[in-house]
Design a protein around this ligand. Structure first.
Ligand code: BES
Ligand code: MN
Ligand code: MN
Length: 476
């Protein structure tokens, strides 16, 4: 009890710094335990581990002071829910995150095993980074919120109500979460949604993500002859599905690297000169960008900068392509079938169902005689933008100012968290994306990592968001 009084007399910021400093080894060790469980939602061989991870998250929420913690069963993996409601008159923050991770493949490209977390120093993280699948996306970032809550409850400084909703199917499309949110809008009611599942510009240039791209994901199959053929006997005389697919894919961009699907750009919002000028002010080094990727030039839609191409512009990319013989040596063969997986990143106002339909119609229409084409849609989602003149954004901005000593830069992100658009539609509240990852953290890639600095800084910044959000809300 004496400890509590002591904490209360100090400014929250001070107590906060001390708390994080005092407990940082434990914060890291707990995250390590979470990272050791391979919660790969896409691969059913990990079913037990995914469920174990949900239980781990539930337990950690309980330990951090959450009440009514439950595993909400769905047709897929459970959603972990917990809350700490202190006063109905106070605002409510809903925290969302995901405990599932991407597959670790290709596993041979990892320098250390993906589910045996280890701290290593890197050029950008001289104080160390945690290497493990999910370290940044999203276990590490999600767990910052659990530890931030622990700080607030254990020092008696939780300034409002909080609800946690942590799902296990984000990496596979969040379909069951969508159903859950629609069915439980009342239970999930809130004043603002808080997510850490994005990135920031750099460790000394904090930024807040103000937009996410939508996604349309399709698989295509091109079928030619009814069986694989000898490429000498038949070569040159029948359509080769792989040649045809390559040609069809190549035709999806024009000489300016614009997407050729009729109607694709119809709803794309063009940003004003002023908005583009503001974007261009964010610190960015093209040289460093190229150097980090070991490329001699960037590539993309003519007339747009790199940062515009990867955030406010839509894209079409082949994510995988296969068919025919890819084994050792040479086999002379014309495959019967060729396949590709194609993603289109969309910007706000482009409807993903509509874009998928436009793609299908167009792709079928450009197939030459001699092949058949099948287009199968996978999951998709709408994009999202949030204005910066709302209390949630301002509270986040003040929080970053306190911990980084600088105002964060608003920045539209290129990735997708499809459920965010549904949150706004169903729960009628804004989402604030306080991401602490770096682009170089290699999420979804081998050697994913998350800076120890970023992890601890996140834990330190989050409680301040709560404080400022409540302050601003009460001033209104
Ligand atoms: N956390 C990412 C999204 C992200 C990362 C947004 C970095 C902005 C910056 C999320 O887990 C993710 O990977 N989303 C998928 C889409 C999902 C439907 C599989 C994506 O963006 O590819
Ligand atoms: Mn994520
Ligand atoms: Mn992800």
């Amino acid at each position: 009890m004496a400890f509590r009084n002591f904490e209360k007399k100090q400014k929250p910021m001070k107590a906060l710094k001390t708390y994080v400093e005092t407990h940082k080894d434990r914060f890291l060790n707990e995250l390590f335990e979470l990272l050791k469980i391979p919660s790969v939602s896409a691969d059913s061989t990990y079913k037990k581990e995914v469920i174990d991870t949900a239980k781990f998250v539930a337990k950690s929420l309980e330990n951090a002071g959450c009440e009514h913690v439950e595993l909400c069963e769905t047709e897929g993996y459970p959603i972990v829910y917990g809350e700490k409601l202190i006063d109905p008159k106070l605002p409510t923050v809903l925290v969302y995150g995901h405990y599932d991770v991407q597959p670790a493949d290709p596993i041979e490209l990892w320098d250390s095993p993906p589910f045996e977390p280890i701290i290593k120093k890197t050029e950008l993280h001289p104080e160390g980074a945690i290497f493990a699948r999910g370290a940044c996306d999203d276990k590490g970032q999600m767990y910052m919120h659990v530890k931030a809550l622990e700080f607030m409850t254990s020092t008696d400084q939780l300034p409002c109500n909080v609800k946690f909703m942590i799902e296990g199917e984000e990496e596979v499309g969040s379909e069951n979460l969508a159903t859950f949110v629609k069915a439980h809008a009342e239970k999930l009611s809130n004043d603002v949604i808080l997510i850490s599942d994005t990135g920031m510009i750099s460790k000394d240039t904090p930024s807040i993500t103000t937009g996410l791209r939508g996604l349309s994901y399709v698989e295509v199959e091109v079928t030619g002859p009814n069986r694989d053929l000898h490429s000498g006997i038949y070569g040159g005389a029948v359509a080769n599905p792989i040649n045809v697919l390559s040609k069809m894919i190549a035709s999806l961009h024009d000489e300016n690297n614009r997407i050729t699907i009729p109607g694709f750009y119809d709803k794309v919002e063009e940003l004003s000169k002023e908005e583009r000028a503001a974007m261009a002010e964010a610190p960015f080094s093209l040289e460093n960008y190229k150097k980090a990727l070991e490329i001699d030039a960037v590539y993309g839609e003519n007339g747009y900068s790199t940062n515009e191409r990867n955030s406010i512009r839509p894209t079409l990319d082949v994510n995988g392509i296969w068919g025919g013989y890819t084994g050792e040596g040479a086999k002379t063969v014309i495959a019967s079938k060729a396949y590709a997986k194609i993603s289109m990143r969309l910007v706000p106002h482009q409807d993903h169902h509509e874009i998928t339909a436009l793609f299908k119609t167009h792709f079928e229409s450009i197939a030459p005689k001699g092949v058949r084409v099948k287009v199968t849609p996978h999951h998709g989602g709408q994009g999202y933008v949030t204005p910066i003149d709302n209390i949630g954004y301002q509270a986040a901005s003040k929080a970053y100012f306190d911990t980084f000593g600088k105002n964060p830069i608003p920045q539209r992100g290129g990735g997708s968290i499809p459920i965010v658009a549904l949150f706004e539609e169903t729960l009628k509240s804004k989402t604030i994306l306080m991401g602490f990852g770096l682009n170089s953290d290699a999420i979804h890639s081998p050697n994913e990592h998350y800076g120890v600095f970023n992890y601890l800084k996140g834990i330190e910044t989050i409680p301040l968001f709560y404080k400022y959000f409540v302050d601003l809300k009460q001033q209104k």
